[in-house]
Design a protein around this ligand. Structure first.
Ligand SMILES: NC(=O)c1ccc[n+]([C@@H]2O[C@H](COP(=O)([O-])OP(=O)(O)OC[C@H]3O[C@@H](n4cnc5c(N)ncnc54)[C@H](OP(=O)(O)O)[C@@H]3O)[C@@H](O)[C@H]2O)c1
Length: 384
């Protein structure tokens, strides 16, 4: 069953709206019947928020699939999930033979990844792992294709490629082109993270708590440590000894691995009562002066970024605007007059898409385009 709160997602038609990203990553429509090799793909966590988006995006981006398997826990065996115009019945992770597939998109949480991803990699397929379990493993590349596609050369070391944390993914897409132009010295980030980042249960808690508070029902927090409806919570993940949370540490560790270990970051991660879409208030100190207009120009040319930045109410982006979109949106670019070469801006992305499922499918495309994977069975017919 999809989460009750999933009704807040935009209808499929609006998700299919073309953005620059979709144009870049979708092949041109074919004008005649052609046959291409297809991959045998398994999605582990197919009943989840991210797994369902993976199924949608594989179809939207025409990733060549010969056979798709939807996999979840034993309790979901036989549960139906949509894949394009087909319906797939979920299979049980414990009983699935992974030597029969070429690519596995793993999205069932850290403990499932820790128990399974290496085993699956050894059985043959490449695993694109969406959890934090392998992100900092030196033998596992951590990839955002717009940022560090060359890291794909290490994909075969363990047959695992890691997908970054949702907040890091959208940050580095905006940060990398600026870093290339005017070295980033220091970044201060405050995140405003939606409840879908905490899975189906997170969305249901916001929905049920909101109804309970209006209807004088039980609004006791279960998934989140405090009430999330009509509130904000400056805590995501778990506390580390230094007073930061592990979610905050992920953002600097992963930025260091993908862009540059010399960038200093300080981060505050905050859960907000938004269903889909993470926002970030970002302040960057560069090693040379950079004007807001120059930053706008750089970001307009950058892959995966859309700049919406005017001093009017249609001139900045909110999470409701990006649900279902592929691009990372940057708004409110302005000077930070309190430091030598400072800029502040606002970054918004769909955490289930660029923050998770889209990036994973883009990694699959990168593996395909670089010949790191090749289909081992079947042809797929693409019609006009
Ligand atoms: N949501 C985001 O913004 C985001 C961003 C980046 C990364 N991620 C990561 O993506 C992963 C999934 O997130 P989500 O938001 O999709 O979570 P979710 O909505 O709670 O879904 C979890 C999925 O994992 C499956 N699962 C759980 N335990 C399992 C087990 N023992 N064996 C097999 N399948 C199992 C569930 O299957 P059942 O339905 O059968 O229980 C379900 O399909 C997590 O690692 C998360 O950290 C999420």
């Amino acid at each position: 069953m999809p989460s009750e709160a999933a009704i807040w997602r935009k209808p499929v038609a609006s998700r299919l709206r073309k953005t620059q990203m979709q144009n870049r990553f979708s092949p041109q429509r074919p004008y005649k019947d052609i046959f291409i090799m297809g991959y045998r793909v398994a999605i582990v966590g197919a009943t989840g928020n991210v797994g369902r988006e993976m199924l949608n995006i594989i179809e939207e981006l025409n990733f060549p699939v010969d056979k798709m398997h939807a996999i979840a826990s034993r309790k979901s065996k036989g549960v139906e999930v949509a894949f394009g115009d087909k319906t797939l019945k979920c299979e049980d992770l414990e009983q699935f033979d992974f030597s029969t597939v070429d690519v596995v998109l793993m999205s069932a949480g850290g403990s499932v990844s820790k128990a399974w991803s290496e085993k699956i990699g050894k059985a043959g397929p490449i695993v694109i792992d969406n959890s934090s379990a392998f992100r900092m493993d030196p033998d596992v590349p951590l990839i955002v294709p717009e940022v560090n596609p060359d890291a794909v050369k290490d994909a075969k070391k363990k047959n695992i490629v890691a997908n970054p944390n949702c907040s890091t993914a959208q940050l580095v897409v905006a940060l990398k082109p600026l870093h290339d132009a005017a070295k980033v010295k220091r970044v201060v980030v405050s995140t405003y993270q939606s409840v879908s980042g905490a899975g189906k249960e997170g969305m249901d808690e916001l929905w049920n708590q909101t109804k309970a508070i209006y209807g004088l029902g039980d609004a006791t927090p279960k998934k989140f440590p405090k009430q999330i409806a009509f509130n904000v919570i400056p805590y995501i993940g778990s506390f580390n000894d230094d007073g930061y949370t592990d979610e905050e540490a992920k953002m600097w560790n992963e930025t260091h691995k993908m862009i540059d270990p010399s960038i200093k970051l300080t981060v505050t991660c905050v859960r907000v009562p938004v269903f889909v879409g993470h926002s970030e208030a970002v302040t960057v100190e560069f090693d040379r002066p950079i004007e807001p207009d120059e930053a706008r120009e750089i970001l307009r040319e950058a892959p995966g970024v859309l700049v919406v930045d005017k001093l009017e109410h249609d001139g900045y982006i909110t999470p409701v605007d990006v649900a279902g979109e592929h691009a990372v949106y940057v708004s409110r670019i302005r000077k930070d007059p309190t430091v030598k070469n400072g800029l502040s801006f606002w970054v918004v992305g769909d955490n289930l898409r660029k923050g998770a499922a889209l990036n994973a499918v883009q990694i699959a495309q990168l593996l395909d385009e670089t010949g790191t994977i090749t289909p081992s069975s079947g042809y797929r017919s693409l019609t006009v």
